[in-house]
Design a protein around this ligand. Structure first.
Ligand code: FPP
Length: 274
């Protein structure tokens, strides 16, 4: 039981937080924000109203994560597929929403000591959006708290393709391709997420059980938490509930157990061999 509750949590958040172990918080949480369209449909509103309502969920989630000192939070805002397959009017709306979010949110990000980063093929986004993104990143670059990474025009397969290209390019400028040695560390150093730890926890809203081309390399050992809550209804308290669920899991990384030796694993094996 946790007595000390970080400043700024509301009563419901504090109630969940008290049951967490602050020494076992995930270092990096990745979120697949889903269900904006269904949220709007249920209210007989246009899809874009769901996206607009999704901004409040982003705000609450980001602030709560920063308040409990999660080192890194990554939000899947638009996939490459979203960008290419949705009607232009919806994509334009999302771009305007993002631009407005960045402009409005920089003071709050600074107040909460949050540094903004991006992953995805930014050069394919509209130029004015790229400029606003660069401005917001620069305006938060000196913050030392949580790193908030927005995945924009992101696809994990494209990220891997870009990493392979980057490895070949680096080798050709450094002794030639015949010296190229590839191992997991090399791949990791050429991913967009090279400065982040792999996520410990991935959250998906709206009940879908898919990774949807998100951080496929980095999520190799992540715990998956799926909630039926639609993204516009998601708040900091739901994030804390996801962390509570994560802390109940035993992480094994392919081994028998994680942490202090193999006693639990041996006991389980002994049961099997009796
Ligand atoms: C998925 O819902 C959500 C998106 C494609 C966009 C996410 C955008 C936001 C949450 C708001 C803006 C973001 C930032 C960072 C300011 P969906 O449309 O796929 O929902 P559906 O599956 O119910 O149709």
């Amino acid at each position: 039981m946790q007595d000390k509750v970080p400043a700024g949590l509301d009563r419901k958040e504090a109630d969940v937080y008290r049951h967490l172990d602050p020494a076992q918080l995930p270092r990096h949480i990745a979120i697949i924000m889903d269900g904006n369209g269904r949220w709007a449909k249920r209210r007989h509103m246009p899809r874009v109203a769901g996206h607009r309502a999704g901004v409040a969920a982003v705000r609450s989630t980001v602030e709560t994560a920063a308040r409990i000192h999660i080192p890194a939070l990554t939000l899947y805002a638009f996939s490459e597929e979203n960008w290419k397959k949705r009607p232009k009017s919806e994509v334009d709306f999302l771009m305007r929403l993002l631009s407005r979010y960045l402009k409005a949110e920089v003071p709050t990000l600074n107040k909460n000591n949050i540094r903004l980063e991006y992953i995805g093929r930014q050069h394919e986004l509209p130029e004015d959006v790229q400029e606003r993104m660069a401005w917001a990143r620069e305006a938060t670059a000196r913050n030392t708290g949580m790193v908030l990474t927005l995945a924009l025009n992101y696809s994990a397969r494209s990220e891997l393709v870009d990493a392979f290209r980057s490895m070949v390019n680096a080798a050709s400028q450094n002794g030639g391709i015949e010296h190229l040695r590839i191992d997991e560390d090399t791949v990791g150093r050429h991913l967009y997420t090279r400065d982040l730890p792999d996520p410990d926890l991935v959250v998906r809203t709206s009940g879908e059980m898919r990774l949807s081309n998100f951080l496929l390399w980095q999520l190799a050992y992540a715990e998956i938490y799926v909630t039926s809550t639609l993204w516009p209804d998601f708040r900091g308290v739901h994030l804390l509930e996801g962390i509570a669920e994560y802390q109940k899991r035993e992480r094994r990384y392919g081994g028998l157990n994680h942490g202090d030796g193999h006693s639990h694993g041996d006991a389980e094996l002994a049961k099997v061999h009796k």
